[in-house]
Ligand binder design. Structure first.
Ligand code: C2E
Ligand code: MG
Ligand code: MG
Ligand code: MG
Length: 285
């Protein structure tokens, strides 16, 4: 299988491209075992407010360590979606995230945590009930666990996705539209989603400093999203120049390697402590 250059320059194996290979079957059973035996990990990437320069939230991203041949997160997710393992995977992620946020609260960090949710999860009839019960067990986290869904994934099954997201939103889950601007989607559909945040896709952000067209698109997107009542996050910000441009354009928040790549939880705690953030703020992003 071909490799793709990932974070830290690693060449990743892409198992989902080889649908019927023996390698892939082995991989599926390894993923099943990893899920059952705490073999997966969650990394956290901070989200910063451009007005206050404070860290307001985190995004949880799946990692599969301990493999000789690393596998990119989106490949792990593809594999899980193709095999039904996305159901236990997302539920494991959510339980981990609530535990981690409890630890963050204990240390004085009331940050929101965003979780990427697959369209498959939104099709599970008992998913909203699972989430509701979990949130009931963790009353301190009301409103602070955000679900990220991509605009493209919503378009696979618009009516059902809308129904599930409305139900989740009614039980206190803010919704964020991920990878906005990266694919085909209908604005008339997006505006029906109970979303409070839009994340502008990295592909529109990467060349902001050099591409005048990208600046027009991003500026217009920010203004439109603000008029519709969404907060705007820019993904994939890697340099100060891009962050300054986004601030001038009125973008609310940024994420990206400029701040830090996603970190293991322990390293994230150290990173937060060294970031000179006031810990007493109660603003969630
Ligand atoms: P995403 O949700 O859009 O996450 C952002 C991706 O961009 C992450 O890749 C992150 O590591 C990467 N990134 C962040 N800042 C920068 C930057 O400045 N430059 C560059 N080049 N990349 C940056 P990652 O962790 O490999 O995840 C890829 C995708 O896999 C995610 O895209 C998300 O769609 C999916 N994913 C990851 N974890 C989960 C999960 O727990 N559940 C589900 N359903 N999907 C997940
Ligand atoms: Mg995301
Ligand atoms: Mg994204
Ligand atoms: Mg993505």
């Amino acid at each position: 299988a071909e490799g793709s250059a990932g974070e830290r320059g690693i060449a990743y194996y892409q198992p989902a491209r080889d649908s019927y290979s023996a390698d892939r079957l082995t991989l599926v059973s390894e993923l099943r075992q990893a899920l059952a035996n705490d073999g997966l990990a969650l990394f956290m990437q901070p989200k910063q407010c451009l007005k206050t320069n404070r860290i307001v939230g985190l995004e949880a991203l799946i990692r599969w360590p301990g493999r000789a041949q690393p596998i990119a997160a989106d490949e792990t997710i593809n594999l899980a979606e193709q095999t039904g393992l996305i159901r236990p995977l997302t539920r494991w992620v959510l339980e981990q995230v609530l535990e981690m946020r409890s630890q963050l609260l204990d240390r004085g960090w009331p940050l929101s945590i965003s979780v990427n949710v697959s369209p498959n999860n939104l099709r599970e009839p008992d998913f909203p009930i699972f989430v509701q019960r979990l949130m009931d067990r963790y009353p301190n986290h009301q409103g602070a666990i955000i679900f990220e869904v991509t605009e493209t994934s919503m378009m696979q099954d618009p009516a059902n996705s809308l129904k599930a997201l409305n139900s989740l939103n009614a039980s206190g889950i803010p919704v964020s539209i991920d990878d906005f601007g990266s694919g085909y989607s209908s604005l008339s559909y997006i505006k029906q989603l109970p979303a409070s945040e839009i994340k502008i896709d990295r592909s529109l952000v990467t060349e902001l400093a050099t591409e005048a067209e990208d600046r027009v698109i991003v500026q217009t997107t920010i203004e439109m999203c603000h008029s519709l009542g969404y907060r705007v996050v820019a993904e994939g910000v890697e340099d100060h120049g891009t962050a300054d441009l986004l601030r001038e354009m009125g973008c609310d928040m940024i994420q990206g390697y400029l701040l830090t790549p996603p970190l293991p939880f322990g390293e994230l705690l150290e990173w937060l402590n060294q970031s000179n953030q006031p810990q007493d703020h109660r603003r969630l992003g």
